[in-house]
Design a protein around this ligand. Structure first.
Ligand code: SER
Ligand code: ZN
Length: 504
């Protein structure tokens, strides 16, 4: 951000005339030279900071031309100046009515390769000879809200994102299950196709959505039971019910509001539930048999999205609270509903879905507790995969899920905060599928939702998502749909698969 320049033209509107007598003007002149100029350099290295390039008075208006480098940004200079000027003018019983921003330009070095189309609060963007000029469209309130600073931070973020582009996501192998059997899986078909053939599942009316028949549902419930018996009970978990409609406030605090838009399923509420307001919509449908989308769009308001990451809305339960240290570690899970993601063209069978089912596991404690607990969970999961599901898998250190969901490419530098993905090969395609994660989320959630610990120690949390469809995709792809091919332990839990439907 060197070589950055700020050029700000503003008009200060006062409650009465500034140039109605010579004494006042000459004192204003002194004020500008003796108070204002040094004020705009305060805190900056010698020769740096902001300066008044010019000023002029006409009636009740004081025009200001400010310019600065990165040290005292011109908008900060204006905010400083307003305070000081207010004090000075008070001597003459003159108040400041408001400040109008005539123009604000920021110029900086910018690589040709990084294209920018539009930016908020920027009416025009010029990019030439390695220099970028932003012509801001801001009022004084926007300056007070530090919009220009946030805009510059956004540009830095875009630079970082551009430097990550093309590089693959972080991925580092941590563990591989025993591998003697790897090349000889019992099954080489696509389990989704097989299940469709057998009538276990049928594509639902929605995109990436399935209806699960009794057999596969039995398998899902078996997974849940195994998870509860082998992991959640022994580790002291209690069940909760997390909300599944996620209002904006949650996503603002969780960071999802930064990047979730292309993947969210949006939820809208009617602007009013007055039937009269909706009568036209109902009538239109009755006479056309078509749902009038445009008419509906005018009458609804987006209030948030459907459950995406599952744990974020839980945190409202703790928001603003202080917890006694003695109740740590907190261990809760939720399996009360669906998660929804607008998936890309890569939709495939039950492996990639717009609607899926997941048990979400959340633990909260001191840093040490949270890290240690993540390791215990991993150990227990491994036992399930090896002994009950009888699958081959590997574990990898990847970009933390919350960074990925905020649209940040990530360096998972420290092996403390971050995500471990469990991945398994699907023999029919030879591709690896991520079917489970265990994440240490650091203090991100307690911070984001203002949750504190009585002792003042840092509060950490972790979460782990167990996707039922993903477990099924992996288990069935590697072992097939015939119960004889499964471990006895697993068969005991599913029992005989129910046959309910027959089709003619
Ligand atoms: N909340 C985490 C995620 O969305 C774990 O389920 O990946
Ligand atoms: Zn989570």
């Amino acid at each position: 951000m060197d070589d950055i320049q700020f050029q700000l033209k503003a008009v200060v509107k006062c409650s009465s005339s500034l140039d109605d007598n010579d004494i006042k003007l000459s004192e204003l002149n002194d004020f500008m030279r003796e108070s204002a100029e040094p004020l705009l350099k305060r805190g900056a290295p010698p020769g740096c900071g902001a300066e008044i390039e010019g000023w002029g008075v006409s009636g009740e208006q004081l025009k200001l031309d400010l310019r600065s480098d990165r040290f005292v940004r011109a908008h900060d200079a204006l905010i400083r100046l307003k305070k000081e000027l207010g004090r000075f003018l008070a001597k003459y019983r003159i108040g400041i009515r408001g400040i109008e921003i005539e123009s604000y330009e920021i110029t900086m070095n910018w690589e040709e390769g990084i294209k920018l189309r539009r930016l908020p609060f920027v009416k025009e963007l010029k990019h030439s000879d390695g220099r970028l000029t932003l012509y801001l469209d801001v009022d004084y309130a926007a300056l007070e809200k530090r919009i220009p600073d946030r805009l510059l931070r956004l540009l830095e973020e875009k630079k970082t994102a551009a430097s990550w582009k093309g590089k693959s996501e972080h991925w580092e192998l941590l563990f591989e299950s025993r591998s003697e059997r790897k090349k000889s899986f019992r099954f080489d078909k696509d389990p989704t196709e097989e299940m469709v053939k057998r009538g276990w599942i049928r594509h639902a009316a929605g995109r990436g959505q399935w209806i699960y028949g009794p057999q596969i549902t039995r398998i899902f419930r078996a997974f849940e039971r195994i998870l509860i018996e082998e992991v959640l009970k022994p580790l002291g978990y209690e069940e909760m019910v997390f909300p599944k409609l996620v209002p904006w406030e949650v996503w603002k605090r969780s960071g999802h509001a930064r990047g979730i838009y292309p993947e969210a399923y949006y939820v809208c509420a009617p602007k009013t539930r007055d039937p009269e307001y909706w009568e036209e919509v109902m009538d239109y449908y009755k006479v056309t048999n078509e749902v009038p989308l445009e008419m509906i769009k005018e009458r609804i308001e987006p209030v948030g999205g459907m459950c995406y990451a599952q744990c974020p809305p839980f945190w409202i339960f703790l928001m603003g609270k202080t917890l006694p240290d003695s109740i740590l570690p907190i261990r809760v899970f939720d399996r009360s509903g669906t998660s929804h993601r607008y998936e890309s063209g890569g939709l495939h069978g039950i492996e990639r879905l717009d609607e899926f089912h997941r048990v979400e596991i959340v633990w909260i404690g001191t840093k040490e507790q949270v890290i240690e607990h993540a390791n215990e969970l991993r150990e227990r999961y491994r036992r399930i995969f090896a002994e009950i599901l009888d699958i081959e898998w590997r574990e990898a250190w990847v970009t933390p899920w919350f960074m990925a969901q905020e649209g940040k490419a990530g360096l998972a530098e420290l092996k403390e905060v971050g995500t471990v993905d469990f991945e398994a090969i699907l023999p029919y395609s030879g591709k690896w599928l991520e079917f489970q994660n265990v994440s240490v989320n650091g203090d991100k959630y307690p911070k984001g939702f203002s949750v504190k610990l009585q002792s003042g120690k840092e509060l950490w949390s972790g979460c782990s998502g167990v996707g039922l469809e993903r477990w099924a995709a992996v288990m069935l792809a590697q072992n097939g749909l015939e119960p004889e091919q499964w471990t006895e332990g697993f068969r005991r839990i599913t029992g005989e698969l129910p046959e309910v439907f027959r089709f003619l």
